[in-house]
Design a protein. Structure first.
Length: 284
């Protein structure tokens, strides 16, 4: 689908009165089959997050974990439970997951891991050490109790000032030995659906156009590049103890063909073409 058509679709659907009730009725009638390509990518991202945790000499087993922005399909929380987490807090600004999307996720995982005894025994969310916090308010969490805070392709959707506010509030909730691991997708998400545009197409928009598109889409991106997150993390009370970046060479070669706007026009191609990154943080 052309990205402009997708934008119109998002803008219209997002403003239909009682849209969440309509979506629920639709799910009850037709179900909500997940996009298996997206779930496969989620599995790969989970393994990268898990590896970052282990490289930091931490463990999922017996940990109290907060996932920021869990979304419709609780793939990562289920895998955290399988890997021995003591307690898992799923979180979202709004309620997305329900029994229908949970069942769709567990069915997918059962097919994906036919020999995994833990996964095969899942019937519903009740026996799992998972608590769903939506709308999320960090104040309900006790101070210094979180061992791990993780997110996957979420921070790019949060405005810069809101990241600072969120992380500052979470600083009090993480134990002194706790860490954060965040996987960030820095590409233009419209390109995921429309391959005719560049993975950096949104860096050609003016600030006014970007603000308008984010308003219409209602789930837009902040456009921040990997290196721009560092200072926000430091200012909100964290120390960066590790980072990993994926430089997309094809995108770097095509940057000269793009009419980049300020400040991206002043950035190095190596900064702009980092499309996925992982940050590992600890309380400063």
């Amino acid at each position: 689908m052309n990205w402009k058509q997708l934008l119109v679709k998002k803008a219209l659907i997002g403003r239909i009165p009682f849209i969440e009730n309509i979506r629920l009725i639709k799910r009850k009638i037709f179900g909500y089959p997940p996009n298996t390509d997206n779930l496969e990518l989620t599995l790969k991202h989970y393994e990268r997050i898990k590896s970052s945790i282990e490289q930091s000499n931490k463990t999922i087993k017996e940990s109290i974990i907060l996932e920021i922005g869990s979304g419709w399909f609780p793939t990562i929380p289920i895998l955290l439970a399988r890997d021995g987490a003591k307690r898992i807090f799923m979180s979202d600004l709004n309620v997305h997951m329900d029994n229908i999307t949970f069942s769709a996720t567990s069915d997918y995982l059962k097919n994906r891991f036919p020999n995994d005894e833990f996964v095969q025994k899942i019937e519903n969310i009740a026996p799992l050490p998972i608590e769903y916090l939506a709308p999320f308010d960090s104040s309900i969490l006790p101070d210094k109790t979180l061992d791990l805070v993780i997110s996957r392709t979420v921070l790019e959707h949060i405005p810069k000032n809101d990241i600072y506010t969120l992380f500052s509030s979470l600083r009090r909730k993480i134990s002194e030995r706790g860490i954060m691991v965040h996987l960030i997708d820095h590409s233009d998400h419209f390109e995921h659906h429309d391959k005719s545009i560049s993975k950096l197409n949104f860096l050609t928009w003016s600030e006014e156009k970007h603000a308008l598109i984010n308003f219409l889409a209602r789930d837009g991106e902040n456009r921040m590049r990997h290196h721009e997150y560092h200072q926000i993390f430091v200012d909100s009370g964290f120390e960066v103890i590790g980072e990993e970046t994926d430089l997309h060479k094809e995108t770097m070669e095509k940057i000269k063909e793009l009419e980049l706007v300020y400040p991206y026009s002043l950035m190095l191609p190596e900064q702009l073409a980092i499309l996925t990154s992982i940050y590992i943080l600890k309380p400063a």
